[in-house]
Design a binder for this molecule. Structure first.
Ligand code: G3P
Ligand code: MG
Length: 250
């Protein structure tokens, strides 16, 4: 069962803006997206920041690991210039800042917990606790679209999230579906399976849906492929091509 938006901008603004930045969110909004997937990990001081890679250098100017720096240092670092000079000065967002922007602009969130290796448990705990605190009583609302969905490739992070904030929904991210997926999803009390569409087939899609899970795919950039997997019963996906696949795609 999937109670959330169907089409999400991947990493904020897909491939049209620097990933995991506020500029990316603005770009998604400009294309009509009010649903987003983004990645979160911990700075050295345990403060969650919005980043995909556990190291600097690709999207963020600098070198070393994210956990070598406190959040106060990371938020001064350029996260836009790698994409284009137009975005120079765009910085690494704090998780709290990113969530606030989404709340202010009515953007639904799929928060991917992306722990650096060795930090799985503390990242899952920190992100879930902070999300729970940021949403407070809103969690009690009936409209699930108000509540973020946590996801992770790390079962350890999801187990920690379950313990820290059991009322926040969780999704298990799997690149490929191996035989143990049902046991893992059940133990983590996941509401959805998030999987790589490249390894999905129709039989597997039916199996996931028949087991009662929401089915979300990443990262679908071809409209023809999008139509194909939707016909299999896929509920939702994220896309980099927010210019080709709009929020009302069907
Ligand atoms: O959450 C789905 C997707 O974002 C997973 O891959 O590497 O883009 O975080 P990645
Ligand atoms: Mg992601």
């Amino acid at each position: 069962m999937w109670n959330y938006p169907n089409f999400l901008a991947h990493r904020g603004g897909g491939k049209l803006a620097p990933e995991n930045t506020i500029a990316g969110l603005r770009c998604g909004l400009a294309h009509g997206f009010h649903a987003v997937e983004f990645d979160v990990m911990l700075a050295r001081d345990g403060v969650p920041v919005v980043m995909h890679d556990p190291y600097l250098g690709r999207t963020v100017a600098g070198s070393g690991n994210v956990y070598d720096y406190d959040a106060a240092e990371l938020v001064t670092m350029d996260a836009g210039n790698w994409f284009s000079a137009q975005y120079k000065g765009e910085t690494v967002p704090l998780f709290t800042q990113f969530v606030q922007f989404c709340k202010d602009n009515d953007i639904w969130m799929n928060i991917e917990i992306k722990p650096a290796p060795g930090f799985e448990e503390e990242t899952g705990r920190a992100v879930a606790s902070l999300t729970r605190a940021l949403f407070g009583l809103e969690i009690a609302q009936d409209d699930l679209r108000q509540i973020p969905l946590l996801s992770s490739f790390s079962p350890v992070a999801l187990a920690a999230a379950l313990k820290a904030a059991p009322d926040l929904p969780r999704a298990l991210l799997l690149d490929r579906m191996d035989e143990g997926w049902q046991t893992q999803a059940r133990e983590l009390e996941a509401v959805a399976i998030h999987t790589n569409h490249k390894h999905l087939n129709e039989a597997l899609a039916h199996q996931i849906k028949e087991a009662g899970y929401g089915l979300f795919c990443y990262t679908v950039n071809d409209p023809e492929r999008a139509r194909e997997i939707l016909a299999w019963g896929v509920d939702a996906f994220c896309t980099d091509r927010i210019d080709l696949i709009g929020p009302d795609f069907a």
